[in-house]
Design a binder for this molecule. Structure first.
Ligand code: C2E
Ligand code: MG
Ligand code: MG
Ligand code: MG
Length: 292
């Protein structure tokens, strides 16, 4: 009997697959616990202008289980997206980002910094996403002009009319939009033109081999020329060397992010306000706290 059942049963899983499924389930349980036990933290990676002045930061999520090494978002964000855990995580990120932005805006020396946060497709497509952002901004009393949402190409190409509508509503609140990992997807120029973007973020895979790979160099030049003609800012990510920076500057890139300028760090280690000050002779208008 048992033999028969064994012979007639189609086996979907081999042992390795079963092990992978178990590992996933363990990770999922641990991630649920992490949210409850506040094991998540935002790290901040500086973004600089051509003079090396810090003009903002990207908020990057870290999972810090007590007593073990930090877990990379590359590992748990995909799982969080599949399981829906990205919804509570996304809310947590938005709230904590706004909290930090409020602290920056309370200090004239850091009042102009722009904080970028990553938004997952599943989060953006929630029916109440626009309300969530509006309510969080209102509750934390931040000037929304200090907030930028990073969307990926696959997100903006799916249900594009709905995406554009939401982006327009959110932009009316003052916040900005950046297209993350630009160049890795399939967005055409005609789509890009329709999207109310403020910035494209050149993916680090193109920046990495800039000096040695003719194709990457050509792509980066083309993206910079294109963003200029569409009136968008361009920020390069993954800038690690002075050579990469020089190439990017030469071809018109205005903003930079990468280990050359700073790794993602807890807020205590973020460059102090003195380091953010403009060079002597440059006069900045300091916004009053709560510009709205
Ligand atoms: P991303 O948004 O493209 O973030 C840039 C990634 O590049 C970060 O990895 C950052 O640490 C890394 N990076 C920055 N500069 C350099 C450099 O010079 N060299 C190298 N080798 N790497 C650099 P991280 O923090 O591991 O995040 C990975 C991805 O996880 C992010 O890619 C983003 O897609 C996702 N992610 C992170 N935080 C969040 C979040 O709060 N929400 C959502 N939905 N996704 C997030
Ligand atoms: Mg990003
Ligand atoms: Mg990116
Ligand atoms: Mg990425």
């Amino acid at each position: 009997q048992a033999k028969n059942a064994g012979r007639n049963t189609i086996r979907f899983f081999n042992p390795e697959m079963q092990a992978a499924i178990d590992a996933r389930a363990t990770l999922e349980t641990a991630l649920r616990r992490a949210i409850e036990h506040e094991e998540l933290r935002l790290y901040f990676q500086p973004q600089v202008d051509q003079d090396g002045r810090v003009i903002g930061a990207e908020a990057l999520l870290r999972w810090l289980p007590p007593g073990s090494a930090p877990v990379s978002p590359a590992r748990f964000i995909p799982l969080a997206e599949e399981t829906g855990l990205i919804i509570p995580i996304g809310i947590w990120v938005l709230e904590h980002a706004c909290e930090q932005l409020r602290a920056w805006q309370a200090n004239p020396q850091t009042g102009d910094l722009v904080l970028s946060i990553n938004v997952s497709a599943r989060q953006f497509h929630q029916p109440d996403f626009v309300d969530l952002v509006r309510d969080t901004i209102a509750a934390s009393r931040v000037d929304a002009r200090g907030l930028k949402l990073e969307l990926t190409e696959s997100l903006v190409l799916d249900r594009v009319d709905q995406v554009i509508g939401r982006m327009q509503t959110l932009k009316a609140l003052g916040l900005g939009f950046s297209l993350d990992d630009f160049g890795t997807g399939y967005s055409s120029l005609s789509y890009l033109k329709r999207l109310p973007l403020d910035q494209v973020k050149i993916d680090q895979s193109f920046v990495r081999d800039l000096a040695h790979d003719q194709n990457d160099a050509a792509i980066v030049k083309a993206v910079l020329a294109m963003s200029q003609s569409l009136g968008l800012d361009a920020v390069a990510e993954g800038v690690e060397t002075e050579d990469q920076r020089a190439f990017l500057v030469k071809h018109g890139c205005q903003q930079f992010q990468g280990f050359l300028f700073g790794k993602p760090v807890p807020i205590e280690d973020f460059p102090a306000p003195e380091r953010l000050q403009p060079a002597p002779g440059v006069v900045l208008e300091f916004p009053e706290f709560g510009r709205n």
